[in-house]
Design a protein around this ligand. Structure first.
Ligand code: UDP
Length: 139
């Protein structure tokens, strides 16, 4: 059993796709064990994406992540990290496999619908960034 952090990003929330995306997770056997709808502050977005702070797209990424509300979730299940990454598809929706969340709901490499942790270490730190342990309801 593993946990991962998912964010349904401002573009997908604005397009009213929250339910369709959660359905992909649940259909694949992942359970939502924590959820927070938030409008991130600039400090929160910068802190969450601190690993990318030297990258050329950092400012645009932060601007985008604070542009509207997001749904932050903890997903739990067997191989949750890899399974979520598979469901998400490639970072660039043009390169994402058909049937993946990004292929179906994302518009561009920056407005790409979802975030998902990419390693066990990052999943643990990203979950801790948003969720005190008593906000997670394992079932
Ligand atoms: N990103 C971007 N331009 C790029 C690469 C990444 O705007 O050229 C954004 C995009 O929103 C992406 C996020 O930065 O989801 C984090 O990048 P990463 O390479 O970690 O991709 P991910 O793990 O989200 O697929």
């Amino acid at each position: 059993m593993e946990r991962t952090l998912s964010i349904i990003k401002p573009d997908a929330v604005a397009k009213n796709c929250i339910g369709k995306i959660i359905d992909r997770f649940e259909t694949a056997g992942l359970k939502v064990v924590g959820a927070r709808m938030m409008h991130l502050s600039r400090a929160e977005a910068e802190g969450f994406y601190a690993v990318h702070k030297e990258r050329p797209f950092f400012k645009d990424l932060v601007d985008f992540m604070v542009s509207g509300p997001v749904l932050v979730q903890v997903l739990e299940g067997d191989n949750a990290i890899a399974k979520n990454r598979e469901l998400m598809g490639a970072t660039d929706p043009k390169k994402a496999a058909p049937g993946t969340i990004r292929a179906d709901f994302a518009d561009s490499i920056d407005a790409n619908a979802v975030h998902g942790s990419d390693s066990a270490e990052n999943a643990a730190s990203e979950i801790a960034f948003f969720f005190p342990s008593n906000w997670i309801f394992s079932r």
